[in-house]
Design a protein around this ligand. Structure first.
Ligand code: SF4
Ligand code: SF4
Ligand code: FES
Length: 513
C-alpha cells in the first residue's frame, strides 16, 4: 500500500495515497466540520464547510475533495478557515426557518452544532423576508421540510447509489432550489429510514419518531438487529424514565452494514409492545386460553423430560449462542438427541442478500450460531424435513418450541402443522402469531431487545447483542426456561453469570471464526 506523509495542524500524519485530506485528518483524530461528506457515499463537495488552509495554495480548499500529497502542510484551525466556515454557515442559515423548538432533529442537528462552534453571529436578515418553501410534506415513511434543507445532496446520492431508486432530486436554481421527490409521490425503497439519519438537519425526519421524544432524554445501547441473518449493527434508544424503546438506528460497521439498516430492522421493533405479546404463561383449557404460572409450566415440562424419547425440542435461530448452548448442555448431551431447528435449511443456505443490499431471506439472526454451537458440543441436530417426518409418524408426543420471536414464524408453523392434534405443543414465544393458536401451552419469551448474548451473522461475524430494556411483562429468556425445567419449579432467578460462563465456554466471543 502506497502511503504519503503530510502535516495536519503541525502533526505528522501518514495516509494512504488517494485518501482525501478530510479522511486523513479524521484518521489523525482532527475533526473538520462538514455537511455533504458521508463515508459511505460519493464525494459531492457542495456544502463548502470542510475548508482547510494548505501551504502554497492561495485560497482555502475543501478537504473532502482534495487528495493528500507528499509533504502537504494542512491547517484546519486558522482564523482564515474559521472566518470562511462562519460565512458559509451564514449562507446556509440565511433562509433557514429556525424552528428548532418544534424540530425533531434538535439536539443532534449539525446546523445547531456548528452555529454554536463557529457561528454565533447576529442575523443580518432583519428586514428582508426569508424565502419560504413547502413544509411538512408526507413522502411515505418520511416527512420532508424543504425549508430546512441545506441542499447537501446526501439523500439524493443515497437513493441514487445505495437503493438505486432515484426518487429524490434538487429542482430549480439559486435560492429557489428545492429538494423533492420527482413525482411528488412517496419514497419507494425498503431503506427510507436511513434518509432521516443522513440528513444533517431536520429536513427529513422519520414519521415513526416524529414528536415522540426529545433526543436528549434518550439513552443509547449498542446492539445488533436479529430480524435477518445480516445482523446489522444498531443503536437502540430508550427513554430511561419509562423504559420504552423509541428508535433503532444503524451503527456504522463497514464490513457488515456500512451506515445503513433496512426499514424492517428499524421500525418492526413495535412488536415488543404489540397487543399480540404473550404476557403471562397460557394454557388452553377446553379450547380457551387460561393464565397459567411459570411454576406449573416448569413442573409439567420437567415431567415430560423424564421420557426424552417422546419429546422433540425445536430451537429457534433467534436464540443467542449462549441460549442455544444452555439448551444443548442441559437437555441434549446426556439426556436426549432429538433437537431440530425452526428454520428451513434452504433459506439458511442462501447466504446472499435477497435485494443486493442487506436483507437476507433468512429472517432469523443466528442460524450460523446454531450450527457452530452444536458442532462445538459435538452433537448433531435433525434437519427440519426429518423433524416433520418424525412428527407426522407419531413418534413423539410433545413438541417444545423454544425462543420464537415476532409474528413471522414459517418454520414453527410447518412443525406445528406436522404435529397435528396428537402432539402437544408448548411454544416459548414473544407474540401470539396465528400458527401458535394450535399450541397447548404458550410461555412468554423475551425479544432480542430484552436479552444479551452473541449471534453469528451470515458473513460469519460473531457479534454482541445487548439488552436495551428489561424483560417485558413476565417474559423470560431461554436461560431462565432451561433453568426452570431443570429444577421442575420456579425457584431462584438465573444467575447473570450463567450467560458469561457460557460465552467463555464457547470460546469464540467477538471473533470471526
Ligand atoms: S434533505 Fe437533508 S440530506 Fe437531503 S439535501 Fe436537504 S439537507 Fe441534505
Ligand atoms: S437487513 Fe436484516 S439485519 Fe439488517 S436491519 Fe434489515 S432485517 Fe435487520
Ligand atoms: S463536506 Fe466538503 S464540501 Fe461538503
Amino acid at each position: 500500500m502506497k502511503t504519503v506523509k503530510l502535516t495536519i495542524n503541525g502533526k505528522e500524519v501518514e495516509a494512504k495515497a488517494g485518501t482525501s485530506v478530510f479522511e486523513a485528518a479524521a484518521q489523525a483524530g482532527v475533526f473538520i466540520p462538514h455537511y455533504c461528506y458521508h463515508p459511505d457515499l460519493s464525494v459531492a463537495g457542495v456544502c463548502r464547510m470542510c475548508v482547510v488552509e494548505i501551504e502554497k495554495t492561495p485560497r482555502p480548499q475543501i478537504s473532502c475533495n482534495t487528495p493528500v500529497v507528499e509533504g502537504m502542510v494542512v491547517r484546519t484551525n486558522t482564523d482564515k478557515v474559521k472566518d470562511q466556515v462562519k460565512s458559509t454557515l451564514e449562507l446556509h442559515l440565511i433562509n433557514h426557518p429556525l424552528d428548532c423548538p418544534i424540530c425533531d432533529k434538535a439536539g443532534e442537528c449539525k446546523l445547531q452544532d456548528f452555529y454554536s462552534d463557529y457561528g454565533l453571529y447576529q442575523s443580518r436578515m432583519e428586514f428582508d423576508e426569508k424565502v419560504h418553501k413547502p413544509k411538512a410534506q408526507d413522502i411515505g415513511t418520511i416527512m420532508l421540510d424543504s425549508e430546512r434543507c441545506i441542499l447537501c445532496t446526501r439523500c439524493v446520492r443515497f437513493t441514487h447509489e445505495v437503493t438505486k431508486t432515484d426518487e429524490l432530486g434538487i429542482f430549480n436554481r439559486g435560492d429557489r432550489s428545492e429538494l423533492r421527490t420527482y413525482d411528488h409521490g412517496p419514497l419507494k425503497n425498503d431503506y427510507t429510514g436511513n434518509l432521516a439519519d443522513i440528513c444533517p438537519v431536520g429536513a427529513l425526519t422519520a414519521k415513526d419518531f416524529r414528536f415522540q421524544c426529545r433526543v436528549w432524554f434518550l439513552e443509547k445501547t449498542e446492539s445488533i438487529c436479529g430480524m435477518c441473518a445480516r445482523g446489522c449493527n444498531t443503536t437502540v434508544s430508550v427513554n430511561p424514565q419509562t423504559q420504552n424503546l423509541y428508535r433503532v438506528e444503524p451503527r456504522r460497521n463497514p464490513d457488515v452494514n456500512k451506515s445503513w439498516i433496512c426499514d424492517t430492522g428499524r421500525w418492526d421493533f413495535h412488536y415488543v409492545y404489540a397487543e399480540s405479546r404473550v404476557k403471562t404463561p397460557l394454557k388452553k383449557v377446553a379450547g380457551v386460553w387460561r393464565e397459567f404460572t411459570w411454576h406449573q409450566a416448569f413442573a409439567e415440562l420437567a415431567e415430560e423430560f423424564k421420557q426424552p424419547e417422546n419429546l422433540l425440542v425445536a430451537l429457534s435461530t433467534q436464540l443467542t449462542n449462549e441460549e442455544i448452548a444452555d439448551c444443548v448442555q442441559t437437555f441434549g448431551v446426556e439426556r436426549m438427541k432429538q433437537f431440530t431447528w425452526v428454520v428451513d435449511e434452504k433459506v439458511v443456505e442462501n447466504r446472499t442478500p435477497v435485494d443486493g443490499i442487506l436483507k437476507h431471506a433468512d429472517l432469523t439472526g443466528n442460524a450460523l450460531g446454531f450450527q457452530k454451537v452444536f458442532k462445538t458440543f459435538g452433537i448433531s441436530w435433525m434437519r427440519q424435513a426429518d423433524a416433520v417426518k418424525l412428527l407426522q409418524a407419531g413418534k413423539v408426543t410433545r413438541l417444545l418450541l423454544l425462543g420464537l420471536e415476532g409474528m413471522h414464524l414459517p418454520g414453527a408453523e410447518l412443525l406445528i402443522k406436522a404435529a397435528g392434534s396428537n402432539v402437544r405443543v408448548t411454544a416459548h414465544a414473544s407474540n401470539r402469531a396465528p400458527c401458535l393458536e394450535e399450541a397447548e401451552v404458550l410461555l412468554p419469551n423475551t425479544t432480542s431487545f430484552e436479552k444479551s448474548g452473541h449471534m453469528v451473522n451470515a458473513l460469519d461475524f460473531v457479534q454482541r447483542l445487548n439488552a436495551a430494556i428489561p424483560p417485558c411483562y413476565t417474559s423470560r429468556n431461554a436461560h431462565a426456561v432451561v433453568f426452570g425445567i431443570e429444577r421442575g419449579e420456579d425457584r431462584e432467578p438465573v444467575s447473570p453469570s450463567r450467560e458469561r460462563e457460557l460465552t467463555q465456554k464457547l470460546g469464540w466471543e467477538g471473533k470471526s471464526p
